[in-house]
Ligand binder design. Structure first.
Ligand code: APR
Ligand code: PHB
Length: 394
């Protein structure tokens, strides 16, 4: 079998790329290791930058996002028990984010893919890219016990942090940069009204907390927990009690609790691989970089890779500009490192890690207080939170 672009992985990166390429008449096949329901079972963040939302619109899959998603003009940061609102709209001259869960967005992309004539092989195992430095690379995979070969012009590695794409690049051709944080985020999803209509990020001596939401009837809360903690250690009751202790009094009083419908612990990691390509294999999203969740940049940084590859391939097939493919990594990495820096900074500012010295803790408290006390400081936070514009590609 032959296609123009072989896409490995049907997470948000692979599905969005596939849909955008399809719209441009570029043929693609997606190979995904697990079943669709498994992909949809992953609960992840839900804050979309304007650039991401615009890409969904360009892909023709934004109807539900635009009707059911909530536009948020601001969010809060709590420091020393004091709530401070960052008015993103005011501070950035009109920008905002959309709150729409990654699960919903993935479902919309899957439905659009099913309606298109593009092929997706779910439960494809032993996926392996080959000949990435040649003109005609290919991918082999197993499906229902048989081995197949997919010939293509380019391979898009959208297979997440544990995928095969990055691992297929020889070690001496890439450099990995990593920071692991000594803690995790325990998240609870519940069908209870959110404690505040907008997101609230809390710095507290007992550890970070975040009040987020999926809608005005479904809440998503997180608390920072120890690196060794297991979900089983945290009954719903213990979770709600701990969350309340970290919230300012007025919010703690208003908090409505209920049974968790999902509970999980996410590790905190910063990771980048350079370069993000090897010949005709391109890495996108979590396959190339991971951020700690504090700035809500994971999905959005993945979207900027998708935008970059989609724009390049459109010019390759439409205008014959094949030389643009060599710039993919360089263009992506500029925005990736920005997202990494913001996520790392927000993480340091808002968490209380055991490995931080007392002196550094004072420095972080003073630094975040300085930003929150000045319009210029708040603008710096706001413009990064709503997202920097995508690079022009010519
Ligand atoms: N072969 C085929 N598919 C694979 C393989 C493999 N060897 N390994 C992993 N996959 C699939 C996974 O099952 C998953 O569905 O690749 C997909 C990768 O999806 P994600 O991990 O969601 O990564 P990505 O699409 O880049 O999404 C961006 O942003 O909010 C963050 O981390 C969050 O997932 C989110 C990410
Ligand atoms: C979420 O709603 O899951 C969420 C929101 C903001 C973040 C991280 C996660 O920074």
């Amino acid at each position: 079998m032959r296609t123009q672009v072989a896409i490995i992985g049907a997470g948000p990166s692979g599905l969005l790329l596939g849909q955008l390429l399809h719209k441009q008449g570029i043929d693609n096949v997606i190979l995904e290791r697990v079943a669709p329901d498994y992909v949809l079972g992953r609960i992840r963040a839900g804050v979309l930058e304007k650039g991401f939302a615009d890409l969904m619109r360009e892909a023709g899959v934004a109807d539900r996002m635009d009707t059911e998603g909530e536009v948020h003009d601001g969010f809060e940061i709590v420091l020393n028990g004091q709530r401070k609102r960052i008015d993103m709209k005011e501070l950035t001259g009109g920008d905002a984010v959309i709150i729409y869960g990654q699960t919903e967005l993935t479902r919309d992309l899957m439905e659009a893919r099913a309606k298109s004539n593009q092929i997706t092989y779910y439960e494809a195992t032993n996926v392996q890219p080959h000949d990435m430095l040649e003109e005609q690379p290919y991918v082999t995979y197993m499906k229902d016990g048989k081995e197949y070969r997919l010939d293509c012009d380019y391979i898009a590695g959208c297979d997440g942090f544990h995928g095969v794409s990055r691992k297929s690049i020889p070690n001496d051709c890439i450099t990995e940069y990593e920071r692991l944080y000594p803690g995790g985020w325990l998240g609870v999803l519940s069908d209870t009204p959110p404690v505040n209509p907008e997101l609230v990020y809390v710095r507290h001596e007992r550890g970070f907390a975040l009040c987020s939401l999926r809608s005005q009837t479904r809440s998503r809360y997180y608390i920072q927990v120890g690196i060794e903690d297991k979900v089983e250690d945290w009954s719903d009751e213990r979770f709600w009690q701990e969350l309340k202790r970290r919230l300012p009094e007025d919010l703690a009083e208003k908090l409505i609790t209920g049974p968790s419908i999902e509970k999980s612990i996410a590790p905190m990691r910063s990771f980048v691989v350079e370069p993000m390509q090897y010949g005709r294999l391109f890495l996108l999203g979590d396959a190339a970089h991971i951020v700690p969740p504090t700035g809500a940049k994971g999905l959005n940084t993945a979207a900027s890779d998708v935008y970059t590859l989609y724009t390049i391939l459109t010019k390759v097939y439409g205008e014959g500009k094949t030389e643009l493919t060599e710039k993919y990594s360089e263009i992506c990495l500029r925005r990736v490192w920005n997202g990494e820096r913001f996520s790392w900074w927000m993480t340091n500012m808002l968490h209380n890690f055991d490995d931080t010295s007392d002196f550094d803790k004072k420095m972080y408290t003073s630094e975040i207080a300085y930003y929150l006390d000045s319009d210029a400081g708040m603008r710096v936070i706001a413009e990064q939170y709503v997202g920097l514009p995508f690079d022009k590609i010519e």
